[in-house]
Design a binder for this molecule. Sequence first.
Ligand code: NAG
Ligand code: NAG
Ligand code: NAG
Ligand code: NAG
Length: 319
Amino acid sequence: MAKLNAVVLLFAFFILLTTTVNGDESSNTKVQVKYKHGKKYCDKGWECKGWSIYCCNLTITDYFQTYQFENLFSKRNTPIAHAVGFWDYHSFINAASLFEPLGFGTTGNKTTQMMEIAAFLGHVGSKTSCGYGVATGGPLAWGLCYNHEMSPAQTYCDDYYKLTYPCTPGAEYYGRGAIPIYWNYNYGAAGEALKVNLLDHPEYIEQNATLAFQAAIWKWMTPIKKSQPSAHDAFVGNWKPTKNDTMENRVPGFGATMNILYGEGVCGQGDVDSMNNIVSHYLYYLDLLGVGRERAGTHDVLTCAEQRPFNPNTKLAAS
Ligand SMILES: *[C@@H]1O[C@H](CO)[C@@H](O)[C@H](O)[C@H]1NC(C)=O
Ligand SMILES: *[C@@H]1O[C@H](CO)[C@@H](O)[C@H](O)[C@H]1NC(C)=O
Ligand SMILES: *[C@@H]1O[C@H](CO)[C@@H](O)[C@H](O)[C@H]1NC(C)=O
Ligand SMILES: *[C@@H]1O[C@H](CO)[C@@H](O)[C@H](O)[C@H]1NC(C)=O
């Protein structure tokens, strides 16, 4: 009886509606909507699955399509690129679908959504580029040229984590992926989150583009420490800086995403090349997507030149 009451109550709370829209890629995507305590929740099937407030907004395929991906990464399949045939639009969308219900590319209005994709891919493009000053198409056209570090000088095994994330004999934890991950503990944590045994098989990331994007988006969506924002939260404005943050010039925006992902390798050193290269990719993508670089904000928001690193003295990923 109690069970029945609960079911009745459930129906009293949820008004279920079903509508049909025509998506670009998959026509007739079913959108389901329900309201709970005055809030709207949606489920859009494969791309934005599970009841989420974020799934009521546009999904990534609504505003970011194959031709745009091709524009952003136009040189990735030229013969001199190092990962010819590896990266494609569908891997990105498949990977993103895991995180769209959590707000990845689905937070805020369309402009904010497109800016987050430009920001995330700006990091990706910069970290995987083989472009240089006089490369054809310009240095910014060569994102997704690599899918792993070319000449690793070490195996990136940190024994400090031998109890939680022990290195597998023979495995090498050099940089791999769309925003490369390094070190046994990063592979271990990413593998746990994605339910893939990356500690034993770090090589999966350079064999599977969906996984390579998943690991990168996971990194974008996940704080390094509980008290800190994720790059996603810092970018879309979910994060409210503390007094300390303000004192140390850490403000929400693209600059803070670099601070979170790279820390002192890139931030707090003025307008250095390692930082400017990431910023340039982001601005280039904003233009290509038609959002326009003028929306990127002022120097203090866009860069982390004057920001004190969130995590000084930690061994963060090199590039
Ligand atoms: C959904 O989009 C609207 C505007 O398009 C925006 O105001 C709202 O914040 C978005 N919802 C979420 C959960 O971000
Ligand atoms: C979208 O949201 C941003 C940030 O909240 C805001 O600055 C901008 O004016 C909004 N754009 C539109 C078209 O509503
Ligand atoms: C690639 O990785 C994804 C995500 O973990 C998985 O669903 C898919 O089966 C993998 N593909 C191959 C060919 O192993
Ligand atoms: C604020 O910064 C000071 C000095 O850098 C530090 O000792 C303190 O722990 C910080 N407080 C918080 C809440 O992070």
